[in-house]
Write a protein that binds this ligand. Sequence first.
Ligand code: GDP
Length: 436
Amino acid sequence: GNIVAIVGRPNVGKSTLFNRLTQTRKAIVNEEAGTTRDRQYGKVEWCGQEFSIIDTGGWVVNSEDIFEEEINKQVALAIEEADVILFMVDVKTGAVDLDDHVAAILRRSSKPVILVANKADSNEWQYNAAEFYSFGLGDPFCVSAASGSGTGDLLDEILKRFTKKSEPEIEADIPRFAVVGRPNAGKSSIINAFIGEDRYIVTDIAGTTRDSIYTRYDKFGFDFYLVDTAGIRKKGKVTEDLEYYSVIRSIRAIEASDVCILMIDATRGIEGQDLNIFSLIQKNKKGLVVCVNKWDLVEDKSNKAIQTFENAIRARLAPFVDFPIVYASALTKQRIFKVLESAVQVYKNRQRKIPTSKLNEVMLSAIENYPPPAHKGKYVKIKYVTMLRETYVPTFVFFCNLPQWVKEPYKRYLENKIRETWNFSGTPINIFMREK
Ligand code: GDP
């Protein structure tokens, strides 16, 4: 998919625009349960096309007191990772030094840039936007992110700027795995361990740009693609000292994969950046295997210690807790096959189809034992359940008289029952209520 990045100095309205653009999708798609809302990464749908949007400013702590060095990194990251860059300025303040500075960097890049003049709430302010022609980045697009005016035209323009990418040809029924995690978690090490000395690579298919690369491996009895973005095996040009780079870097890999192997450093446990990456995996509804790496460095490997570790991980990632955890060492290669095996298993679980008769037998009896709570004296009756066939994520549809009154906790009860009965470990599932 395409990625759009918003850059600009603080207070020009980046996050307001981000919220405005990501709201286009909410009306169409059911709000996913259990995903943490974040302001940095979202999906936009416009005229039937979907793309991802990142607010690079949202990743910077203390973005209020931003310095030139900071914004340089932000812009470098956008140039490296995005397909289209929205450069936001403020008509009310006009062009300031920092804007000129950013414009100069963007002019030198070959990425498509759309100059967005924000806070153009009236015609009068729109005239002020003329001064931005001096950036040499083409016509400014006047918008008011707060009221939404001009954002439709902006979205049209964004779609126009996407260069058509020919999708790399890969075999659809071979699982695609991405190894993700923060710097030094051991991603490169485990990928090298998977690949080994002798390369069993069948094909190396590069996208037309520097996007995802699928490399196919037929090893250890598993046939899979490793999704690699240019940044994973080689360290990128941009320094990795700011951890949000690793998160933004992983967007393409996550989007292009079926199952993500999330590398956690056993000596550090789960921290903020791990959660951000986890949230990206959830938003994209991908499969998950957690690999607790550097297990060789952990002294206490007793069952009790493992249990404590495991509880801590699941507590941090709740409410999604049904996923495999593998304790491995990329260094000693201990259990690295188990990591692949689990990823293949998760892939299979995503494709699992439950026969309708069996599904109804189990679920209707579970519903009878614990019916949905009545609403204002009216009973919610679930009569029938079916699993959709051609979906990427396992999707269950429950038919009932009052679908809007079946709330999250009850859906969670249904989900737990499904997970108890069948193996959907590692994959999110969708539960929808529909009127019969
Ligand atoms: P990346 O940034 O996620 O790709 O992490 P690297 O693969 O570059 O690993 C970072 C550091 O951790 C390197 O010094 C590795 O040698 C070390 N490392 C990676 N995996 C393990 C492991 O399982 N055990 C130990 N002891 N060290 C590891």
